[in-house]
Structures are given as structure tokens and as C-alpha cells.
Write a protein that binds this ligand. Structure first.
Ligand code: C5P
Length: 475
């Protein structure tokens, strides 16, 4: 939190402050705190008054609100403890002017500068302050606050809040929400210039940037508290509102930004001996197309591919494997992930005791018989996990008959969320071909998609995933 240097005030101001402090029986520092608090509250009362006036005028919708509709942008504003906190009240107004639904969390330190009452009046709903608020937990707990935000703004982001975020602390409502959210977070730092320049703060800033936090400011200028100049002023509310709009636009282009996606693709090769193997006709085209589409939607994609002749999709980290067992190990290593898509045609069986040396044909010798053992089911293993189960687990079902019935059975037995089912009878040309006709089978029902290129199937699937994940966040 910023410090106040009374020494640097001019003499007549100091004298008046001394008198006032003596009259009220407070220290000079306490008197300054009271004055600042009163100033912030009178500012917020004015804003409150104008918000109230707008509320009562017909056609305006900025008063106390009911729950927003599903397509309203939800911003969660965390107000930290600094003198700049009073500017955050104006930020609430600016965001609401842009038709955003704003919820506010005040940290304990912030309540030295503004009150839940004034922030609540401007936000148009109750303000959240406590991690262990009995009403809050029953009503809107920290996990819900975290999930229901399209974007979180921390303004002012104090040096202390930044340090806590950089180290994953969660000892109050604000930090618990920030640790639990999958939404993009924008920080608007505000602090004394020396605190901003301090190596520890800069170390935390770099770490937070590497972790994907966005920053606006701090700006250069006069500091509120000590007559000092330098870099440490919080960005102006209009600048922050502009940054919010930009981030929201970017996330609309990249609906899977911040999501980790693991995808399997291609066939597996199950060795018979060092030179021979059992394989299938999968080309990997569909799985690779999904990886490319997910990466284009901003996801962090790990593609675990069996042997294919396709180039690696751009912007995807590719892990090459041969057998089903190697594929399972690579998938488990790639977890945790938000979404897992199992497009690979994994061999159901492998050769029991595959030869360490090439099996030789010898005159008069018996033809070798291959005994098979079952491979692990990668999809079922991941979907049945209790720890680190991805939120959305999607399997494929390549069938040659009773496509829907078999897909529904697989949905149950493998415990996945969706099955992308298709008919791979040789006459369809799907296996190895460039187009695909699929059905999306889920607990909600069966949806037939039109015949289209594997790239278009991939784009449609990714769009559906993005939509579902957004809806899950809003419910
Ligand atoms: O082979 P099957 O029709 O059971 O495959 C259905 C789904 O299960 C596919 O998504 C496939 O990638 C996955 N699978 C798997 N591991 C296996 C067999 C299938 O992940 N051993």
C-alpha cells in the first residue's frame, strides 16, 4: 500500500492538519487517512447520485440490476488497497456505460479507502468482501465468482496483491478468486514509484506476465500521496476500460485462449518383432485438423500422434509415439488439460510377447501364431479419472454398422462427454479420405452434421467446444 509523507506537505497545510488532528484526538497520519476516506466517499456519493438520477429516468438501465442475460459481458473488478481505489469507482461507471455487468470485490485494505456501500451503489449490486462469508458461500461463493467472469480486472493492483498473485496465495476472497479463475486477468498497478521499481515487484511483474496476466500502466506522473513524481500512477479509468474492450475482443477471436487441449491422432503401430507391426488405415487427417483448429482458436495444444505422413500443424506441440501404450503414457504426461479429444485409431490389441529379434522363416518350420493381448483404452482411462479429469472428454467412434447405437454405448462405457461418430465402411471413403460425415452424440442427443471437409468438421467441433465451455462458465 502507498505511504503518506506528511513531512513534504507545505508548512501552512501541515499547521492546519496538526490543529485538526489535535482537535479530533488523532495522530496526523490518522487524520490524513480520515480526510482521504471522506474525499473518496464524497466523490463516490456524487457518482452515486448521478447513477441514481439515471436509474430513475426512463430508458436508462444503469441502476440496481437483476441477473444479466447469457450474452452480457461479465467483468469482475477487484479493488485493492491504495489511494487510487477511488478512481476504480469511476471505472465501474465506465464499464457499465459499455453495457458490461460489473461485480466488485473489495480487499480488506481497499476498505480503508472506499466502503462496500459506495462501491455497491455504483456497481448496482452488493459488493463481495469475505472469503468465509456464510451468505456469500451459499449464494455466490468464490468459485462461482471466478467462473462467472469473462474478464477480471484488478485496479488498483498493489505491490502486495501482485506478490500474492505471483506466488499463488489464496488467503482472502480476491486472491482465492484470482487463483480459481480461468478468465483473462488485467492488472492496473498503482503504487509508489520506488515500490514499482523495486526488484521484487519487477520480478513479480515478469512472472505474472509469463503466467498470462495482462497489464495496463502504471503511468508516469504526480503521485497522490507524497508530492512525488514517477512511474506508479494507476492508469485512468477510461484507459482501463479501453484495455478491457481490447482484451474481450481478442478473446472473441480466440475463444479457447488459456485452455489446454490434448489430442490423439493417427493409427498406432503394434510391433510383432523389430521390423513388422500391426497397423490400421487411419491417416491422422481428422485429428491433425482438430489440433490446427484448436490452436487457431488460441488453445495451448499438445498433439500426440501415432505414425503419420502429415506435416505438424502450426503452433502445436507434437509428441510422436508408435504404440498404444506409448500413446497412453504421453497423454497422461500431458495432463492436466481442460479438454481431451481422442481422435486416434488406437489398436485394440497388441502382440503378446513381441519378438526381440526378427522372426525367421525356415524351411519346414511351423507358421508362427500370434497371440494378442488387449491394449489399454486411453479414452476410457482418462474419462474415468477422478483426479485431473479434463472438463470435456471427447471420443471418436469409427463404425461400419449401427453407428448411432454403438456410439451411444461407447458414451456410457467409456464415460466420455461426447462421441464424434462416423461410418467408416469402405464405400464412404472416409478412412484416409479428405472429407467426413459425422454425428455428435452426447447425453443431450444425436446431431447429424453435413458432409464436409475434415478441416470444416474440426472447425465446427472447436466452435462447439468453445460455446459449451462458455456456457458452463455462465451457469
Ligand atoms: O476403438 P473404439 O471404437 O473403441 O474407439 C473409440 C474411441 O476410443 C476413440 O476415440 C479412440 O481414440 C479411443 N480409444 C482409445 N484407446 C483404445 C481404443 C480406443 O483411446 N485402446
Amino acid at each position: 500500500m502507498a505511504s503518506i509523507t506528511i513531512r513534504q506537505l507545505d508548512e501552512s497545510l501541515k499547521q492546519r492538519l496538526r490543529l485538526r488532528a489535535a482537535r479530533n484526538g488523532r495522530s496526523m497520519e490518522d487524520e490524513v487517512r480520515v480526510l482521504l476516506r471522506e474525499a473518496a466517499e464524497s466523490e463516490s456519493a456524487q457518482i452515486e447520485k448521478s447513477a441514481g438520477a439515471e436509474e430513475s429516468s426512463p430508458g436508462k438501465s444503469r441502476g440496481r440490476r437483476t441477473e444479466p442475460s447469457a450474452d452480457t459481458t461479465r467483468v469482475l473488478l477487484v479493488i485493492g488497497g491504495g489511494i487510487a481505489a477511488y478512481k476504480s469507482l469511476d471505472l465501474v461507471r465506465r464499464l457499465r456505460e459499455r453495457h458490461m455487468y460489473v461485480r466488485v470485490i473489495l480487499t480488506r485494505a481497499a476498505q480503508h479507502f472506499i466502503t462496500p456501500l459506495s462501491a455497491g451503489a455504483i456497481a448496482g449490486e452488493r459488493v463481495f468482501t469475505d472469503l468465509f462469508d456464510a451468505d456469500g458461500e451459499l449464494d455466490v461463493g468464490h468459485i462461482r465468482l471466478a467462473r462467472e467472469a469473462d474478464l477480471i480486472v484488478v485496479a488498483p493492483a498493489t505491490a502486495d496483491l501482485m506478490a500474492k498473485l505471483a506466488n499463488g496465495h489464496a488467503d482472502d476472497l480476491a486472491t482465492a478468486v484470482l487463483l480459481a479463475t480461468a478468465a483473462k486477468v488485467l492488472l492496473a498497478p498503482a503504487m509508489n514509484p520506488h515500490m514499482w521499481a523495486n526488484k521484487a515487484t519487477q520480478r513479480n511483474r515478469a512472472r505474472l506476465e509469463a503466467d498470462g496476466f495482462a497489464f495496463i500502466g502504471p503511468n508516469e506522473g504526480e503521485m497522490a500521496e507524497s508530492g512525488e513524481r514517477g512511474k506508479g500512477r494507476m492508469a485512468e479509468p477510461l484507459e482501463i476500460a479501453g484495455a478491457v474492450e481490447k482484451l474481450l475482443a481478442a478473446s472473441a477471436d480466440h475463444p479457447l485462449a488459456g485452455k489446454r487441449v490434448v489430442i490423439t491422432s493417427g493409427p498406432t503401430h503394434e510391433p510383432i518383432d523389430p521390423v513388422r507391426y500391426i497397423a490400421n488405415r487411419s491417416s491422422g487427417k481428422q485429428g491433425h485438423a482438430i489440433a490446427a483448429a484448436a490452436a487457431a482458436a488460441g488453445a495451448d495444444v499438445t498433439l500426440i500422434s501415432g505414425p503419420v505422413t502429415l506435416p505438424d500443424p502450426a503452433g502445436v506441440s507434437v509428441i510422436r509415439v508408435e504404440s498404444a501404450r506409448e500413446m497412453l503414457a504421453a497423454v497422461e504426461k500431458a495432463l492436466p488439460a481442460n479438454i481431451a479429444i481422442f481422435a486416434a485409431a488406437v489398436a485394440d490389441w497388441r502382440v503378446k510377447d513381441a519378438g526381440q529379434q526378427k522372426i525367421k522363416k525356415a524351411p519346414g518350420a511351423r507358421t508362427p501364431e500370434l497371440a494378442l493381448v488387449e491394449n489399454p483404452d486411453i479414452l476410457a482411462t482418462v474419462a474415468h479419472r477422478t483426479r485431473q479429469r479434463p472438463t470435456l472428454v471427447i471420443g471418436f467412434a469409427a463404425e461400419t454398422q449401427n453407428v448411432v447405437a454403438n456410439a451411444q454405448k461407447k458414451l456410457q462405457s467409456k464415460a466420455c462427454d461426447w462421441i464424434v461418430a462416423n461410418d467408416v465402411s469402405p464405400q464412404t471413403g472416409i478412412m484416409g479420405g479428405d472429407s467426413n460425415t459425422v454425428m455428435l452424440v452426447s447425453a443431450q442427443g444425436v446431431e447429424s452434421w453435413p458432409p464436409q471437409s475434415k478441416e470444416d468438421v474440426a472447425r465446427m467441433l472447436v466452435a462447439r467446444i468453445a460455446q459449451t465451455i462458455t456456457e458452463k462458465k455462465k451457469t
